[in-house]
Design a protein around this ligand. Structure first.
Ligand code: SAM
Length: 221
């Protein structure tokens, strides 16, 4: 069965490329203790985010959807000491677990967690004239994906990288009547393709998290 082989290959990739990491292993344990759903990115995806942030030379990162801070820690580790990551989370319990996890991983000083509906937090950041972000990772309620990309574009510069997770959803984006989540994932792909200021692609992924995909865009110079 494919799914099982995908999981085994993911385990091999993790064991071969991504050394055992006590701080990240503790995130999984502390999330499970607190009853958070195990819907964080896989280790090889976390490492991809980390590499993208390094390749972009990111100093400022914006994340939409914190959960327990697993992807947050991967991204924050790519930042220089004076770097900043702002992550948006609607569930105060998730934010509390994430706070403890990022502090325990020694990246707490770089990470600000804002609790509230991300659309509101994004509007507040725009009102504050927040300095542009170098990388934006979108991984929250998929219905709002397109709105998150539009908000991110308002806080970007030429070269800003925008990553959107879960854009394939086991192929459900092509369903005749997609559920609202799959519809949001499809809509964001259409936006990334149509928006003149963005240069984008998407890849299907298989692995421990099943069949899904990831979109990557760059704000044109
Ligand atoms: N990026 C995380 C990781 O890989 O470790 C996983 C994020 S999880 C898939 C999605 C998170 O988005 C959940 O914690 C959920 O509470 C949060 N969320 C859902 N709707 C939201 C909204 N409207 N505003 C902000 N966060 C939201």
């Amino acid at each position: 069965n494919h799914d099982e082989a995908w999981g085994r290959v993911d385990e091999f990739l993790g064991a071969t490329l991504i050394p055992e990491d006590p701080a990240l292993a503790e995130v999984h344990r502390s999330n499970a203790r607190a009853g958070l759903p195990p819907i964080d990115v896989a280790p090889n995806q976390g490492k991809l985010l980390n590499l993208l942030a390094q390749l972009a030379g990111a100093r400022r990162v914006l994340e939409v959807g914190t959960l327990g801070g697993y992807s947050t820690i991967w991204l924050a580790r790519a930042l220089p000491p004076d770097g900043r990551l702002i992550t948006l989370e609607i569930d105060p319990r998730h934010a509390e677990v994430a706070r403890a996890n990022v502090d325990h991983a020694d990246v707490g000083e770089r990470v600000e967690i804002r609790v509230g509906a991300a659309l509101q937090s994004l509007a507040a950041l725009a009102d504050e004239n927040a300095e542009a972000f170098d990388l934006v990772f979108i991984d929250a309620d998929k219905q709002n994906n397109a709105a998150y990309v539009r908000a991110a574009l308002g806080m970007s510069h030429p070269g800003t990288v925008i990553v959107v997770d879960n854009v394939v959803r086991g192929g459900a984006i092509l369903d005749a009547q997609p559920d609202p989540t799959a519809a949001g994932s499809r809509e964001v792909l259409e936006l990334l393709g149509a928006e003149p200021s963005l240069d984008a692609t998407a890849l299907q992924t298989v692995g421990a998290k099943g069949w899904d995909g990831l979109a990557i865009a760059r704000v044109r110079g």
